[in-house]
Design a protein around this ligand. Structure first.
Ligand code: GLU
Ligand code: MG
Length: 491
């Protein structure tokens, strides 16, 4: 007996106001949008096929911060773009070790979702011959957006800013540690023992780093900088800023590329917050600038709101309120930016991780570092860096949540408190607040955060909360060494 599959609708646009026959209109619009996606995908698939691509990876990042994928053969891309690829909603409550918790509104064993690839971001993977990649948005089977879709959350927050006449540019610094694949793990077998920021390290891994630069460039990414970092075997790459969703997509793609190039050089990669306890970890610092009067990505007669204003270091009133909103919500924002138990092995004073809830001009120990930029470098240079975020963060959740907190600060016309210009650890006891020192403390702040609850919406908020609580339980009573070992190769 054959089963008739009912394909989902994917209405592309809300019904037009004032039309009585709204439903047929919506269905027709959905069908037209689907046909357009299919036609585009057909052309893209033909090109990819001619270029020797066999498979397309569709990725999303789960609430634990792990990138999950489905893939399709290239000739199935058209169908995937039109109808989506099935994926279970239980991924929304996966923990870092692949165990599964539950939440009230999403994440049960029943049901199915559809992953729709974003063809605008599709790219051939330079270090994985035969493969292309595209980030996916998640929809319900009836075509309505899945309320747990983290990428759409980042898009919604970007849109909320746009409705106030504001655009954002974002960039996430990517730090990682490489170890020799197959070497004993405690401690990891580092392929270079050169000093922090040392030429020695760059020389030892010269071919590897060149291949990485090549692969990133081939994928159309603009690298700003690549350097050896502080911790053993650690490196960092930073990319040109983009819109918030674009910056998060770039983070996924760059990490995928780093992993693939590393594998080709016999190396394994860790983006985990704490590769070894007691050592500087892998940050995921988020740079952000707020602009008025422009378009996404930054062209036209726009104005950087961190520059040329009457406030401290040239901040405009709007720019200051946005940052004050972020600063005020930092303890709760850590639920998105420092989401794992291991995050708190990294988020310690005097490790440049930004463990204090304060801001300061070029202050690397402040969670919020204001970067005015050289006066003659042009308006693009001024931005704020959120340092307390790490490599376990889902970049879509992190960037979306920061925008939500910033917009709340803007609406409330918040002002920044006094600056902390030096090491907060050296300030008199209690003068500067420490950010949460454990995931439990962060969960307590997140539970009280109305701004993030409203922005995420109950289904996504509760799923994130369930995952955070689940990981607190998972690692309860474990030593720092055990937590680092269990999460080292997961992100
Ligand atoms: N690796 C440090 C961190 O955990 C940051 C080092 C730096 O300032 O770039 O965030
Ligand atoms: Mg760094």
């Amino acid at each position: 007996m054959s089963t008739t599959l009912v394909e989902p609708g994917f209405p592309a646009e809300p019904p037009q106001p004032g039309r009585s026959a709204a439903l047929p209109d919506a269905a027709a619009a959905a069908a037209a949008a689907r046909a357009e996606r299919a036609a585009r995908a057909r052309a893209v698939a033909a090109r990819l096929g001619a270029e020797g691509v066999d498979g397309v990876v569709l990725s999303w990042v789960d609430n634990a911060g792990l990138t999950r994928v489905k893939s399709v053969p290239v000739r199935r891309l058209e169908h995937a773009a039109a109808w989506g690829v099935g994926a279970a909603p239980c991924f929304d409550v996966f923990l870092v070790d692949d165990s599964v918790t539950t939440s009230r509104l999403i994440g049960g064993p029943a049901g199915d979702l559809r992953l729709i690839p974003d063809l605008d971001r599709l790219v051939r993977l330079a270090a994985q011959p035969g493969w292309a990649w595209a980030p996916a948005d998640r929809f319900a089977q009836d075509g309505t957006p899945h309320p747990g879709c983290q990428r759409r959350f980042a898009g919604r927050m970007t849109e909320a800013a746009r409705q106030r006449g504001l655009t954002l540019r974002a960039g996430i610094e990517i730090e990682w540690v490489v170890a020799l694949a197959g070497a004993p793990d405690e401690p990891p077998g580092y392929p270079t023992h050169g000093p922090a920021y040392g030429m020695h390290r760059l020389t030892d891994l010269s071919d590897y780093l060149r291949d990485l630069l090549r692969a990133l460039a081939e994928q159309g990414l603009t690298v700003l900088q690549l350097h050896p970092e502080y911790a053993p075997g650690q490196f960092e790459v930073s990319l040109a800023p983009d819109g918030p969703v674009g910056a998060a997509d770039t983070t996924v793609l760059v990490r995928q590329t780093i992993r693939a190039v590393s594998g080709r050089h016999g190396l394994r990669v860790s983006f985990a917050p704490a590769v070894e306890p007691g050592v500087v970890g892998n940050g995921g610092h988020l740079h952000l600038s707020l602009w008025s009067g422009g378009s996404e990505g930054g062209t036209g007669a726009e104005r950087n709101l961190a520059q040329g204003g009457p406030g401290r270091y040239g901040l405009t009133a709007e720019g200051e309120s946005f940052l004050a909103g972020v600063l005020a919500e930092l303890p709760a924002l850590l639920a998105l930016g420092a989401p794992g138990v291991a995050s708190y092995l990294r988020l310690r004073p005097q490790r440049w991780a930004g463990a204090y809830q304060c801001w300061g001009m070029e202050n690397r120990e402040a969670a919020l570092r204001l970067i005015p930029g050289p006066p003659d470098e042009g308006p693009g240079a001024a931005n704020a860096e959120i340092k307390c975020f790490d490599g376990a963060a889902n970049p879509y959740l992190a960037v979306g949540a920061v925008i939500a907190a910033g917009l709340a600060g803007l609406d409330a016309r918040l002002a920044l408190p006094p600056e902390v210009a030096d090491d907060p650890a050296a300030a008199p006891a209690g003068a500067v607040s420490r950010l949460p020192g454990s995931l439990e403390e962060t969960v307590a702040a997140f539970e009280l955060c109305a701004v993030l609850r409203e922005a995420l919406g109950d289904p996504l908020y509760e799923a994130v909360l369930a995952v955070r609580r689940g990981e607190c339980e998972l690692f309860a009573g474990r030593t720092d060494q055990e937590v680092a070992a269990a999460t080292r190769w997961r992100y």
